[in-house]
Design a binder for this molecule. Sequence first.
Ligand code: AMP
Length: 179
Amino acid sequence: MKRIAVFCGSSSGRDPIYVNEAKNLGKLLAAKGIGLVYGGAVVGCMGAVAEGVMAGGGEVIGVMPKKLANIELAHHGLTELHIVETMHERKAMMAELSDAFIALPGGAGTLEEWFEVFTWAQIGYHQKPCSLLNVNGYYTPFIALFDHMIDQGFVQKEQKHLIIIENEAKTLLKRLINK
Ligand code: AMP
């Protein structure tokens, strides 16, 4: 496990636990010698996870579309910052550089990015593990929706086994490393 892509909010969320846990995940990644691939922003939980890795002396690769570099403010202290033309290029590059995916709490952008890699795993385009870090129970309603989708016959039960869900960053990383 060389690098993990983390998708998370460009916002900080209402409770400080979101930013704190993002930072904590970053520190753990650095401690385990796993590089971070993320959206490259300095704001919100995105900025916090990068700060955590950098505080631990780890590798951080940011990938940001040109148009967003001014809005979300590109982080300039990273190991590498790639400014790409489009959102599609960003997602492709992030997926290519990573060996696994984690979604921390975030908004529609986070879900969109995570769902893309998850649906690709579902149809066998890649075998990289897709996971959710359920900080503060944030993803519990989403997990309930997923169960409802299975219950109503739109998602196969086996597909839920493709999602690794944990409440603690430490436990989650252990599972991803052992995959
Ligand atoms: P959010 O979770 O909405 O705060 O967004 C987190 C990250 O996802 C930010 O870097 C957004 O720029 C990015 N994002 C927003 N919309 C999309 C989209 N349609 N496709 C890919 N990434 C997106």
